[in-house]
Design a protein around this ligand. Structure first.
Ligand SMILES: Cc1cc2nc3c(=O)[nH]c(=O)nc-3n(C[C@H](O)[C@H](O)[C@H](O)COP(=O)(O)O)c2cc1C
Length: 205
């Protein structure tokens, strides 16, 4: 049986229920399942099929712990860039920010993290479809996660920890695991607010 055969959830269900899952169980992801996720990731479209990407599946306990600490530092560095100095500065109602803050506290407990890197700096756009392929395959296997980014303050230390070449760019650092909650449907603005027909300002109805 191939990876393609094992990803049996309908594409519609996967796309419409693939939410950011930030509360993860510590249970390990079986190796054959993890391999399916990575096989799906590397099938993604990419510029000229030059595959300017490199992935690192991090399972090692000590490395996950260190990445968890570095992610926490990166998350708060990003908030400080926005003038948010601590939890008290997060505006009420900003539930996704609070949920992301919780993830920053628990990041190191994710059973697997996947670092998605571009082979050269400025190449981040070319790896985005791979990240989405990975998340859709994860959804099909009942595994949750989210795209997450680091910050320049920690990049060098993460590179040293994982032997990432200086010339590469860490684009995403994705925690993965079985969800503690439910997947549920994705909420987005209606199509006619974000899509035009023939011109920008003619709502696509
Ligand atoms: C480029 C990009 C960067 C993101 N960075 C983070 C992040 O650092 N931390 C995090 O918790 N979520 C991150 N997210 C997840 C988004 O917050 C999430 O996709 C968005 O809130 C929609 O959530 P939903 O799909 O559950 O509706 C990122 C998403 C994208 C596309």
């Amino acid at each position: 049986m191939t990876t393609a055969d094992r990803l049996t959830m309908s594409l519609g269900e996967a796309m419409f229920t693939q939410r950011a899952i930030r509360r993860l169980k510590p249970d390990p992801i079986p190796e054959d399942v993890m391999r399916d996720l990575m096989e799906a990731a590397i099938r993604a479209p990419n510029g000229g099929n030059t595959q300017q990407w490199h992935f690192i599946v991090v399972k090692d306990d000590e490395k996950r712990k260190q990445i968890g600490e570095l992610y926490h530092e990166a998350w708060w560095a990003k908030r400080k860039d926005q003038g948010i100095m601590g939890p008290e500065d997060i505006p009420p109602g900003k539930n996704s920010t609070r949920s992301a803050m919780r993830l920053a506290n628990e990041f190191g407990d994710a059973p697997v993290m996947v670092l998605i890197c571009a082979l050269s700096k400025g190449g981040s756009g070319g790896i985005i479809p791979a990240a989405q392929n990975l998340l859709l395959a994860a959804r099909s296997h009942g595994i949750g996660g989210t795209i997450a980014t680091l910050h320049a303050v920690v990049d060098e230390r993460v590179k040293k920890l994982l032997n990432i070449p200086e010339t590469a760019e860490i684009v995403y650092c994705m925690p993965l695991g079985y969800p503690r909650g439910e997947f549920g449907s994705v909420t987005r603005k209606p199509l006619n607010e974000v899509c035009g027909l023939d011109t920008w300002d003619n709502p696509y109805k």
